[in-house]
Design a protein around this ligand. Sequence first.
Ligand code: NAD
Length: 256
Amino acid sequence: MSEDKKNRIVIITGAGIGIGHATAKAFGALGDHVVVTDILEKEGRETAQAIAAAGGSAEFRRYDVRSREAADALVADVEARHGRIDVIVANAGIAHRTPLAELTDEKWDLTFDIDLKGIFRLVRAAAPGMRARRSGSVVALSSIMGVAYGWDEHVHYSAAKSGVVGLVRALAVELARDGVRVNGVAPGYIRTAQLLSEENSLGPVAAEKAAEFIPMGRLGTPEDIADVIAFLASKEARYMTGQVLVVDGGLLVGRY
Ligand SMILES: NC(=O)c1ccc[n+]([C@@H]2O[C@H](COP(=O)([O-])OP(=O)(O)OC[C@H]3O[C@@H](n4cnc5c(N)ncnc54)[C@H](O)[C@@H]3O)[C@@H](O)[C@H]2O)c1
């Protein structure tokens, strides 16, 4: 079955909360089967239950994007039970505030392992099946901190999210002739646990202040991002590949 049909098989990483959670619900509402994955088991199960309660189809699989073995096993298991994987939303990510003077190799590696290599591992595992079926769509999460802004005390995060842009482009070109599309989304300031973390991001007060500088006058919602991810995975985006769409309420093109 191709990506334009209903009842696609969709794997979403980091889908227990935030943007991943909203994206899982969006695909569930479209009639797709959603494989909700996360290291947060309770939240992941609740996401799958919420989709089912709304009349959709979903399952939860515990999956840590840092493991190659887990990526290979997840893909093998989903393909064995469902016959295919139509869509991957590589959403799992961390943003840990760390001043340069404290940015150890270990902290750098952890962010890269999750935010960049985590995407690569899952796509590498799923690509052979997608290529064989000549159908598939991947959507990866970058950030405005990767495509335009530099983020102080988040050098590792900005670097990893810039890396997502290169990853998307190269995968898109390598997989295009086999019918597999790869795109990305670069969110602006989205109201999630990540953004509202005082320790690692803006925190609630600075987030509200940032909203004043956003031309559309508000922070984004997880659903604002989920709908664009769903578009990129849909047949309406069939001639798009290798692109990273900025979804930020006009922040980057605004003047302040
Ligand atoms: N919120 C924003 O303003 C914003 C802006 C730009 C980009 N993003 C990106 O969007 C994505 C989602 O962000 P969010 O705001 O919903 O974050 P969030 O912190 O609310 O959720 C992140 C999810 O990733 C999961 N995760 C973390 N490490 C994992 C691992 N090793 N394996 C599997 N899952 C793991 C978490 O458990 C959680 O479910 C991230 O990649 C983030 O960097 C967010």
